[in-house]
Design a protein around this ligand. Structure first.
Ligand code: GLP
Length: 241
């Protein structure tokens, strides 16, 4: 794993955006695996600015998001589809038909998961997979557990994740208890993986990801086995490393 040290959140966001834009410049029809959460917002904002200046063109790019809350449709303000549209896609020249998020409104778990896996299999390898990291080391919504997941599946969210994500909902009771998520095998099959991390509350998870044993108890630790994975993190997130 390569570590790119950043001064603070803004520096981390610019470096993350630089890597994504370099990928799109090098390969205009790049396939990007994208993440939600607070962490990548600054990078998305930076990419929008560069798009507006004419520095980066998303017209041929296609994207595949990691996860979606079970039970929320794309027009729900807390859904990840809504987040991606409003935070990023609506502000760049990407073809919306080329942007993909698991269908949270499909209650048929087997069908929804198979459909997303099929879509990704058809797309082929992601050129760049962007990841955030949860405070418990989760990536996507792959919570700590006894084994690593394979394909897209429906996850019971950990209590700590529900608490952490409740800041974006009116009340903790509104946070869905389940989510669809790409599996660890989906994530690991990307050509290159970029983990973005910021803040002291991520320091333990970042340490465990980089130096801990490879174990499903810290999902992100599996990334140690990926041949082209780098961590773009600020001083606070790297404070234990
Ligand atoms: C969420 C998402 C993850 C995200 C993580 C960290 O639960 N499912 O994809 O990386 O938590 O979020 P944040 O960047 O807001 O800390």
């Amino acid at each position: 794993m390569r570590i790119i040290r950043c001064k603070d959140y803004d520096d981390m966001s610019r470096k993350t955006a630089n890597i994504i834009s370099a990928q799109v410049i090098l390969k205009p029809n790049a396939k990007l695996g994208l993440a939600t959460g607070t962490t990548p917002i600054g990078a998305y904002e930076q990419l929008i600015k560069w798009y507006e200046k004419g520095d980066v063109d998303f017209s041929e790019v296609s994207t595949y998001n990691l996860d979606e809350y079970y039970g929320l449709s794309g027009d729900h303000p807390q859904s990840y589809r809504y987040f991606m549209d409003h935070t990023f896609f609506d502000h760049i020249n990407i073809d919306k038909g080329h942007t993909h998020v698991p269908d949270g409104s499909n209650p048929n778990i087997d069908e929804a998961c198979a459909a997303y896996d099929e879509l990704m299999a058809k797309a082929g390898q992601m050129d760049l997979q962007l990841l955030g990291i949860g405070r418990n080391g989760h990536v996507g919504f792959n919570e700590p557990g006894e084994s690593f997941s394979k394909g897209t599946h429906c996850v019971e969210l950990a209590e700590s994740t529900i608490v952490a994500n409740s800041r974006l909902f009116d009340s903790i009771d509104d946070v869905p208890r389940k989510a669809y998520s790409m599996g660890v095998q989906n994530i690991m099959s990307a050509k290159t993986i970029l983990v973005a991390a910021s803040g002291e509350d991520k320091a333990q998870a970042v340490y465990d990801m980089i130096y801990g044993p490879v174990s499903p108890h810290c999902t992100a630790s599996i990334l140690q086995l990926h041949g082209d994975c780098f961590v773009v993190a600020d001083e606070d997130a790297l404070s234990l490393c």
